[in-house]
Design a protein around this ligand. Structure first.
Ligand SMILES: Nc1ncnc2c1ncn2[C@@H]1O[C@H](COP(=O)(O)OP(=O)(O)OP(=O)(O)O)[C@@H](O)[C@H]1O
Ligand SMILES: [Mg+2]
Length: 351
């Protein structure tokens, strides 16, 4: 089986071709980061217009790099939710047009399921080991942060165990980056600067430490950094900036990893997985691998290209649906919210 994936939920226009083994034959990502950087965040209208400009060339390049044509595909998968509706619509309409014109099956995919299954992607002929269901996945991205139990790849078999009550982990990285004049997005820059820093020089409180809670909160950490800056001013030397980044990053990583392993123990699973843009973070990746080894569980840390937004993960989710005989109708619509059942209410805690 060969599936084309299309992704346009936020600020990346992406297309990829993936085969039934999860092998990524092509993976094209056009990032709009420079377009939005001057505003310090994503401007939805600009995002939609840029997707419109880029969708056709990105799809054509993905097919060319995979040395295939639309006629050789078994289906076309597209991110249908969650995200900016105007941005999602560009991908959904493009996918419908391509599927209609070529007589291929169309599959609408939940972007979050893409992040949760990204560990199944194979990016070289040297195959990597993949997780076994059931597993617990920590999804930490720009718009979402939560823990999920996956019984299978079916969306109905995915249960949110707990999520953030306020900001997503990536949002905290981006807001702290803005506070420290590091540009947008803050995550990759903080990751790079933290490498040279001393995480113990400043101490921030790890939020939501109550043992039985699998919920997160990241708005408080951002406030702690803001109060630090109010009291001491913005860091003036490279060393001070590195130490502040390292302390902030250590606090976020500690919160994420403690809850991940608490969830794995509570759920009695032996495999844990991470996904989403924040899963590209060097310290998070290293900490999850080290802690897993200590605790005797298997950790799966996808390639960085599989963590940040990409269409290969969308194609893969589409494949699993097509293999079950499922596909979408022509009434497939773009929707801002995920279809996954939620356990945590934003601002209020567990349902
Ligand atoms: N190395 C890194 N360290 C920390 N954060 C990172 C790193 N690389 C990327 N990020 C963060 O990941 C986020 C982007 O992730 P992703 O592209 O998955 O989010 P999104 O698609 O915008 O949101 P969602 O998937 O929830 O819809 C940004 O907040 C960015 O700062
Ligand atoms: Mg994403």
């Amino acid at each position: 089986m060969l599936v084309l994936g299309i992704e346009s939920s936020c600020d990346e226009t992406a297309a990829a071709v993936v085969d039934h083994t999860g092998l990524v034959l092509s993976d094209v990502v056009h990032s709009q980061v420079n377009l939005h950087a001057q505003y310090g965040g994503i401007i939805p209208e600009l995002a939609s217009r840029d997707h419109l400009r880029n969708i056709e060339p990105v799809v054509s390049e993905a097919l060319a790099r995979a040395s295939t044509t639309i006629h050789q595909l078994d289906g076309i998968a597209v991110t249908q939710r969650p995200g900016l509706v105007g941005a999602l619509l560009v991908g959904v309409q493009a996918a419908k047009g391509l599927a209609w014109g070529s007589g291929k099956r169309l599959v609408g995919v939940d972007h979050l399921v893409g992040h949760l299954l990204a560990a199944y992607l194979q990016r070289s002929e040297l195959r990597v080991e993949t997780p076994q269901f059931p597993y617990v996945c920590l999804l930490a991205s720009g718009g979402h942060t939560g823990l999920y139990r996956l019984e299978s790849s079916k969306p109905e078999d995915i249960v949110e165990l707990g999520a953030t009550r306020d900001d997503a982990a990536g949002e905290a990285f981006d807001k702290v980056g803005k506070l420290l004049d590091l540009g947008y997005p803050g995550g990759p820059t903080i990751d790079r600067l933290a490498k040279a820093g001393n995480p113990s020089r400043y101490s921030f409180t790890v939020p939501m430490q109550a043992k039985d809670s699998l919920e997160f909160s990241f708005s408080g950490i951002k406030t702690q950094v803001a109060s630090h800056v109010e009291r001491h001013g913005k860091p003036t030397s490279a060393a001070d900036l590195a130490d502040l980044c390292a302390a902030f990053q250590r606090t976020v990583v500690t919160s994420l990893t403690r809850k991940l392993f608490a969830a794995a123990a509570r759920e009695g699973v032996s495999d844990v997985v991470i996904g989403g843009g924040v899963a590209a973070n060097r310290e998070l990746r290293e900490t999850v691998l080290a802690q897993a080894q200590k605790r005797g569980v298997r950790a799966f840390v996808p390639d960085i290209a599989s963590c940040t937004d990409n269409a290969a993960m969308i194609a893969y989710v589409g494949l699993t649906a097509l293999e079950r005989g499922e596909s979408s109708g022509w009434d497939l619509a773009a929707t801002s919210r995920t279809a996954l059942a939620r356990a945590t209410r934003k601002g209020r805690g567990m349902r």
